[in-house]
Every structure is written in C-alpha cells, then in structure tokens.
Design a protein around this ligand. Structure first.
Ligand code: F6P
Length: 508
C-alpha cells in the first residue's frame, strides 16, 4: 500500500476536521438566506475599527463557523503568537529576526523590553533626522548645488521600497504641499526613469534612493542614471539621500554620510513605510501628517494587542480568509476600491499578501498539504464594472471580494457625484448577493448571486485613516500566516531569480 503522506500538523487537528464537517452542513446555504433567518446579521457582522466600518456579513458563515474558526485559532495558540509580535521574539524564524515594524508606531506597546529600549533611541534619532530634512525641504531651505530650493523629489526603489510610499503619497494627494512634485521610479525599463527626468530641473531635484540591502539591481541601475543626470560628485552629495540598512554600501556608492538614513533588519521591506522609507511621504504631507499615519496604524496595533480573540477584527477577517481559501477552496481574492485614492493600494497589497504568504513550508520545515495565500488581484470601481464584473456575476469562478469606499468625498463640491459612486457599489453588492434569481429567466441571463464579499467604509480621506487601513491589512496577512503556520516575514523565493540574473548578466 502506498505510504500515505503524513498529514500536516494543521490538518491533523480535530479543530480542522470539525471545520470540514461543519462546512458540509453549510456549503449549500445561500448567503442571502442567512439574512432571512437572522434579522440582526448585518448589524452583528459590521464592526468599527478606528475610522473603518467593516461589514463582513456578505459571506457564507454563521456563529457556529466563527466559533469553530476561533477554536482552531486557540488550539494554535494565536493569543501567544500575537503577544510574540509585540515582544522581541524572533518570529521571523528562518532568518532568526524579530519583526518589529509595529514598534515604529506603537513604542508604548514594547516598553520594558531591554531590546526595544535600545532600539527606541535609534528610532527617535532616525525620526529626528527625517524631521530635519523634511522641514528644510518643505520650507524651501533644502537647496540644490546652485542654491535653488528643491521642488522635485524622486523616490528610487522597488517592492517595499516603492509600493508603500507611492501608494500613500498618491492617496493623500489633497494633503501634499502644492509646490512639491513627487515621482516614483522603480522599474529597470529605462523608459520610466527617462520620462521622469525629462521634465525635471537638475538644480531643484533631490533623489531618495530606498533600498534596505542596497544591492537591488533595478534600484542601483536607476540610481546610476540619476547620478549621471545630476553630473559631478558634489551635486550627488548634495542632492541624493539614501535610506538603507547597508550604510557602508551607500557610502561606497557615493552618498554623503549625513544624507544616509538607517533601516533595521527587524523591519521587513513590505512593512517598512513606517520607517525612513516613508521619507517621501513625510516630505509630501509633513512630519505631522506622517505622525498621523503612524497614529492610525497604532490604533490597530493597540486593538490587536488588547482585544480578546472574538473581538479582534483583523483576526476575524483572517479567519474568514482561511474559511474561503481552505474550505471553499477559492484560489483568488479581489480588492476593488471604489475610489481613485486607492489606485495603488492593490499593488501594495499584492506584495504585502503574496510575498508574505506565498509560502508552502510550515514552521516545522514540512511541506504543507493545504492552500496558503490566494492570488490577489483587483481594480478600481466603478471602472471594474466595465472590465471584469461580468466574470464576477456569471463566470465559473467564485471570487471573494474586498470593496473599499470613502464615506465623504474629497472634492468639496462633488458630493452628489460621490453619492452616485456609493450607490453603484451598493447596486453591485446587491447583485453579487441576491442575483436576479427569477424562475422565468433563461440561463444566459441568470445571475446566481451568492458571491462572498466584504465592504470596508472609510469615514474620510486623511493620513490617520490610511494608517488604519494599511495596518488592518498587515495584521489580516500576518494572522493568516500564524494560522497556516508559515513565516510571513521571509522571501527566499525571490532570491533565485536574482541569482539566475547574475549568471546571465555576467554573460553579456
Ligand atoms: O521583492 C524582493 C525584495 O527583497 C522585497 O522584499 C523588497 O521590498 C524589495 O525586493 C526591495 O529590496 P531592497 O529594499 O533591499 O532594495
């Protein structure tokens, strides 16, 4: 008899088997029928977190489901794992590192740890240096080599050294200082930096070279193009800033020491916009605005740190994500923000989620025999209705969706148009939930409905609320990893491509 592969630890648990048995009792239940049986459903499954109103009622689960999911989480000692996130445990066990991005915005949760006490001094020093640079740029006191005030800031970086700052600076455009222009260069394709430099003034442009390792080919190649464009060494020393954990390499590269801001190995790239990697954000919205962003994330830190399991909203969302991925076997998840302000949020979440949870080995080093991260995709609504909603309505794939929308419009005199946008989202949600299940309709026009989706409402657009949103998604991702028993903080899978390149590169 073929030797049955030993079940993974997770699937060997009674709590996991109980969930499968429960799934078989609920899998033929329509979501809209759950409302008929429970008038309080929407109210019960709509909760506030900071400035977010999170409605997760439009998914196929009941109180028994939540009870069993939370029992699984308890069996996996999730509370202890959450406390470990706020200690100096090496939760990134494969690289033997802590993951302390939360310490950048919620130092009070880490006080008393000898390790973080010494870190606090480094963090404060770094923010003071950031603040001094930011104040000079915003006051027109950061001069180029000919004594003219800087007006253009170009962030050169990729992945976590690009996506977070780019998303936040773009999202908070109404708050960006008028006379400052921001650009984000990331791709190796020379077209991007060439077009970016075309409209810039050498005497008024500063480059922020963001690279935790300072070895990323795309970033160093683009930085060299920027250096050539700027001209001589003294210009580079004056108009180039580096943010890196590899200070010596940045110096060798030609960056003046006083313009090198530190990063630390206990801040992962995709969790780093709260560090000096967020320098372009602070330049755009000011140090006060940057502090508001941190404050919004800190609200979620405190919520996760303090909430009992059943009140922990990011955990509830993570458990429903697992319910969809591992029991309904939905291979993808869509993020559809009904707002232009979040147009780069999808790209940001793709790295956050798929680079964190695109793993197949558990913390014991065994291959998993269950699905981990779903494929994250999406698009901006209402445009998405004219692009891929047909598949969502009548396709052969069921896709759990996260809709995100603002309560208030950022354009003062266009509230009515914003109300149309809100009504569009409501109409789509109703169609996805109820379909048009008229008995007399021919099949080609039938919309079955019963499509799972969350609706996240942000009160209004500001730095604090964006901090809430990002931290919610960070914890949803990390807590999912804790249940899947995988490490969300390493990314060995991307090393191979880089090493392969070196062979090809040395060839030509
Ligand atoms: O994608 C791989 C990766 O290492 C990401 O984790 C990181 O954000 C990105 O490349 C850039 O790395 P660095 O900041 O070291 O240039």
């Amino acid at each position: 008899v073929a030797h049955k592969q030993k079940l993974s630890y997770l699937r060997s648990l009674d709590e996991w088997r109980e969930l499968h048995l429960h799934f078989n009792t609920i899998k033929n239940t329509r979501i809209d029928s759950l409302y008929r049986d429970d008038k309080e459903r929407e109210a019960r499954y709509t909760q506030r977190l900071g400035a977010l109103t999170i409605n997760y009622a439009n998914n196929c689960f009941n109180e028994e489901t939540l009870y069993l999911l939370r029992r699984l989480a308890q069996r996996l000692e999730i509370e202890k794992s959450i406390q470990n996130l706020f200690s100096c445990e090496k939760v990134n066990h494969t690289e033997q590192r802590a993951a302390l991005h939360s310490a950048l915005r919620s130092p009070e949760l880490f006080s008393g740890h000898y390790y973080t006490n010494s870190m606090q001094h480094e963090i404060e020093q770094c923010y003071q240096r950031m603040s001094a640079i930011v104040k000079r740029v915003r006051a027109g006191d950061f001069w180029g080599h000919t004594g003219k005030p800087i007006q253009a800031i170009v962030n050169i970086g990729i992945g976590g050294s690009d996506l977070g700052p780019k998303f936040v600076v773009d999202a908070l455009a109404p708050y960006v200082q008028d006379n400052l222009h921001f650009d984000f260069v990331s791709n190796l394709d020379p077209w991007q930096i060439t077009t970016a430099l075309k409209n810039l003034d050498k005497e008024r442009t500063v480059f922020i070279i963001c690279s935790k390792t300072f070895t990323t080919l795309e970033t160093l190649t683009n930085a060299k193009v920027a250096f050539e464009w700027l001209g001589g060494r003294e210009v580079i020393e004056r108009q180039c800033i580096a943010v890196t954990a590899n200070i010596e390499e940045a110096k060798r590269f030609g960056i003046a020491s006083e313009n090198i801001l530190p990063m630390w190995d206990w801040v992962g790239g995709r969790f780093s916009l709260w560090s000096a990697i967020g320098l372009s954000i602070a330049m755009a919205i000011g140090m006060e605005g940057f502090s508001e962003l941190l404050c919004g994330a800190s609200e979620v830190d405190v919520h996760v740190y303090r909430s009992p399991l059943e009140d922990n909203i990011p955990l509830t969302l993570a458990l429903l994500d697992i319910w969809h991925a591992n029991f309904w076997n939905y291979p993808t998840r869509a993020i559809i923000p009904y707002t232009e302000h979040l147009r780069y949020f999808i790209d940001y979440c793709q790295q956050l989620i798929m680079e964190s949870n695109g793993k197949s080995v558990d913390r014991d080093g065994a291959f998993v025999d269950y699905a981990t991260s779903p494929i994250i995709w999406g698009g901006i609504g209402s445009n998405s209705q004219h692009a891929f909603h047909q598949l969502l309505m009548q396709g052969t794939h069921i896709v759990p969706i996260d809709f995100v929308i603002f309560g208030q419009c950022a354009v003062r005199d266009k509230q009515h148009q914003h109300q149309l946008l809100q009504a569009q989202l409501k109409a789509q949600s109703d169609a996805l939930l109820k379909g048009n299940n008229q008995a007399d309709i021919n099949n080609s026009k039938l919309v079955v409905g019963d499509n799972p989706h969350n609706i996240i409402l942000q009160d209004s657009l500001n730095a604090k609320n964006i901090g809430n949103l990002i931290a919610l998604w960070e914890y949803r991702t990390i807590l999912s990893a804790l249940i899947w028993r995988i490490n969300p903080f390493d990314q060995f899978g991307v090393e191979l491509g880089k090493n392969n390149f070196k062979q090809h590169y040395s060839w030509y």
